[in-house]
Write a protein that binds this ligand. Structure first.
Ligand code: NZQ
Ligand code: ZN
Length: 386
């Protein structure tokens, strides 16, 4: 196990009715910038719960943060926040709204002489950020418990992230009840995203990080159980509660401690979203199975462990490893997320070239564990994902 330092300061309020905690978390004199997405929270009652809990505070609203949050939109929100002299940001939505909230929290207090695009990619140091609170409505990204954010810029086909402890949410509310209105596509997306977050930190090389391995295996097994249950029966509270907590724990920070990590599936996936507008999880479902096949020799030992412990496979070692990849692919398909680029109308050869060019443009020349994947390798993986 490698050395590590761990700190996660976000206070979590989990369970039914916990949106009421906003009334305790936000100071009575707070001037709150409430940011949300395309309006799902107005239709499912979350907006009314939030406004009720915020009673007495000055609230400035900004709606319309898109899936894959758009830089220009976030800039408009930050400008509004500055004009209205807000001193808190409250993000109510999925990963896109929460990531957007992180960018806005940083951009509102940024020196106006600095180009805010430099926040993305960590190209300017941040001195301050407004405090951020979150109400999560889509279990998937773990953004409610981490200090990363991904921002999209359609005009230049860039989808890039930044990380800074200043944008750790001060608190997040996780009420599984608010996920009842999720369409099946987003439930499938959430399961795949949480699954792949876990895999990127676990399915690499053996490191003797036994607690982290077993935590990863527990999260994966939970997702395999609750994914189909959540899709089949929206009324199953316990399935939803476990899905929400599993997705949170996948990117809370514990799984990857002391582990050799991968993240190449995500890096390739972000380029596919920037190029073709695919949902984040759709890119992951297509790329991960191809990447596992491409890196079979490097990942073989961990694939065998994964096959035995997560899928309860037995037999010869290579048989277990190969069947583990097949089981993963089948699982994504079973919960409704297609695992090849053709299903999304994308030509894999053209995409392979385009992804490699994007990775070079973004300076992402050595991906995966030990930096073994060059853009040509990534192009080969995209071709295999066809
Ligand atoms: O816009 P609204 O109306 O809110 O609708 C959203 C959106 O259309 C809808 N939705 C959310 N909660 C709902 C709901 N619909 C009905 N009922 C509810 N309770 O779902 C749609 C998708 O929302 P989005 O926030 O885009 O999805 P997700 O949570 O999957 O977030 C994806 C974004 O997060 C980034 C991705 O790259 C992508 O931009 N990620 C962020 C990470 C992080 N910060 O750590 C890590 C991830 O790997 C990921 O990259
Ligand atoms: Zn992800």
């Amino acid at each position: 196990m490698d050395n590590f330092t761990f700190h996660n300061p976000t206070r979590l309020h989990f369970g039914r009715g916990q949106i009421a905690q906003l009334g305790r978390e936000l100071p009575p004199q707070a001037r709150v910038l409430l940011v949300y997405g395309g309006g799902s929270i107005r239709r499912n009652g979350v907006y009314d719960q939030v406004r009720g809990a915020l009673e007495g505070r000055t609230v400035v609203e900004f709606a319309g943060i898109e899936p894959n949050p758009e830089y220009e939109t976030l800039l408009r929100a930050a400008l509004l926040g500055r004009q209205e002299r807000v001193d808190w940001v409250l993000a109510v939505g999925g990963g896109s709204v929460i990531d957007g909230g992180k960018f806005i929290a940083a951009a509102v207090t940024l020196d106006p002489a600095i180009d805010p695009w430099l926040i993305v990619g960590n190209r300017t140091p941040l001195k301050t950020a407004l405090p951020l609170g979150c109400v999560l409505t889509l279990p998937a990204t773990g953004s409610e418990s981490n200090f990363a954010a991904v921002v999209n810029r359609r005009q230049t086909q860039d989808k890039l992230s930044f990380k800074n402890p200043l944008v750790f949410p001060r608190f997040s509310v996780l009420d599984p009840q608010v996920t009842v209105s999720l369409p099946p596509r987003q439930i499938g997306n959430g399961i795949v995203d949480a699954f792949v977050h876990t895999v990127e930190q676990y399915l690499t090389v053996p490191t003797e990080a036994r607690v982290q391995d077993r935590l990863a295996e527990g999260i994966l097994q939970t997702l395999i159980e609750v994914g189909p249950q959540t899709l089949a029966d929206p009324a199953q509270h316990e399935a939803r509660a476990n899905m929400m907590w599993a997705a949170n724990q996948a990117l809370f920070g514990l799984v990857g401690l002391g582990q050799v990590q991968d993240w190449a599936t995500h890096a390739i996936g972000h380029e596919l979203t920037a190029l073709y507008g695919l949902d984040h999880a759709q890119t992951l479902a297509a790329i991960l199975p191809a990447l596992l096949r491409y890196r079979y020799d490097d990942k073989r030992a961990k694939l065998i462990q994964y096959g035995r412990r997560v899928w309860q496979l037995s037999g010869g070692e290579d048989e277990i490893a190969q069947r583990a990849i097949a089981a993963t692919t089948d699982f994504f398909g079973q919960i409704g997320v297609a695992t090849n680029l053709g299903a999304y109308g994308i030509d894999a050869d053209a995409a392979a070239q385009a992804v490699a060019a994007q990775l070079i443009r973004h300076g992402r020349l050595r991906l995966g564990e030990y930096g073994r994947l060059a853009p040509d390798d990534c192009a080969a993986i995209v071709r295999m994902a066809g």
